[in-house]
Design a protein around this ligand. Structure first.
Ligand SMILES: Nc1ncnc2c1ncn2[C@@H]1O[C@H](COP(=O)(O)OP(=O)(O)OP(=O)(O)O)[C@@H](O)[C@H]1O
Length: 285
């Protein structure tokens, strides 16, 4: 089995010694491993899109995973079965938490079980796939305002800082969402295929797997926004309105966060669709 390990040396918790340990463990399970360190943002997407491999293992965080799933899903040889796994070297590692991959990289390598795998739900908007969630309104501005140098030094604190700034100083504008025959006017929205949010928080106890889970606030009130942020931070889930679907249309907005990174859409009108991954995520023990 041809394996590529893509490591992001600037991932939040990347550590050379730990990575070497992981490689030793992987070498006992696999032969023919090619290790590539990314040299720039989007390098992983190019590799996963163009290289020939059967198994791709990322060593990084949710941003790196997002690049790789986009690379895989846009391959020309779409029908080739590809296996995927991640060693969590990121800051928040939401993907690993969602799919029960240990958050210690050496344990993740140890417990990788190549004989068990499954496709996973993905969301799709404006030509990009997401494996966790799409965020609009507060979520998007909070991610847009993240100071990357501060994030490198202080990790998740960078999100608290940018979240506070976004909450206090952003005047949010409403946008429209069309879902299940209804038009919703909203200010903040999350469309999730993962119940984990910003680390170990949970969006809802009633989260539906293999659906687009929509959480939104249809009020401008900052008090309601604060109430909601507090509820999520206290592990009580999203307090606003909720629904689920397989497709929706989002209008009058082009800034969002995808899997924790800021993204500017090409148009202010977009469909969001649920898809099944063409690759198979390897499970861990
Ligand atoms: N060599 C590189 N130099 C600069 N940026 C890179 C490089 N390789 C990857 N990147 C970018 O770094 C971003 C963040 O990386 P990654 O997701 O691995 O770590 P993280 O942000 O610390 O983790 P998390 O997303 O879990 O919070 C990715 O979105 C990717 O585009």
């Amino acid at each position: 089995m041809k394996t590529i390990v893509i490591a992001n040396p600037v991932s939040g918790s990347f550590n050379k010694e730990k990575f070497e340990k992981c490689l030793k463990i992987l070498n006992k399970k696999l032969t023919n491993i090619n290790v590539i360190f990314t040299e720039y943002a989007s390098h992983a997407e190019k590799i996963s899109n163009e290289e020939d491999y059967d198994l791709i293992i990322t060593a990084g965080g949710d941003g790196l995973i997002n690049e790789v799933i986009n690379g895989i899903e846009s391959r020309v040889d779409k029908n080739k079965p590809i296996l995927f796994y991640n060693l969590p070297f990121g800051t928040s590692n939401v993907f690993c938490r969602e799919y029960n991959i240990p958050v210690k990289p050496e344990f993740a390598a140890e417990r990788m079980r190549i004989t068990e795998f499954d496709s996973i739900p993905l969301g799709f908007i404006g030509g990009r796939y997401f494996a966790l969630m799409l965020g609009l309104g507060f979520d998007a501005t909070a991610v847009k305002l993240v100071d990357l140098d501060f994030k490198k030094k202080y990790g998740k604190l960078a999100y608290i800082k940018s979240g506070l700034h976004s909450f206090l100083f952003t005047k949010f504008t409403p946008f429209n969402v069309y879902v299940k025959g209804k038009k919703i006017n909203t200010y903040h929205m999350i469309v999730a295929v993962s119940n984990r949010y910003a680390g170990n928080f949970i969006l809802s106890k009633a989260f539906k797997k293999n659906r687009l889970n929509i959480f939104y606030l249809d009020s401008e009130s900052k008090l309601k926004l604060l109430n909601n942020i507090t509820s999520v931070s206290l592990f009580r889930g999203f307090k606003g309105k909720k629904t689920t679907c397989d497709i929706l249309k989002v209008s009058d907005i082009d800034e969002c966060q995808l899997d924790g990174d800021f993204f500017k859409l090409n148009s202010k009108n977009n469909f969001v669709r649920l898809k099944k991954s063409s690759f198979y995520l390897i499970k861990s023990l």
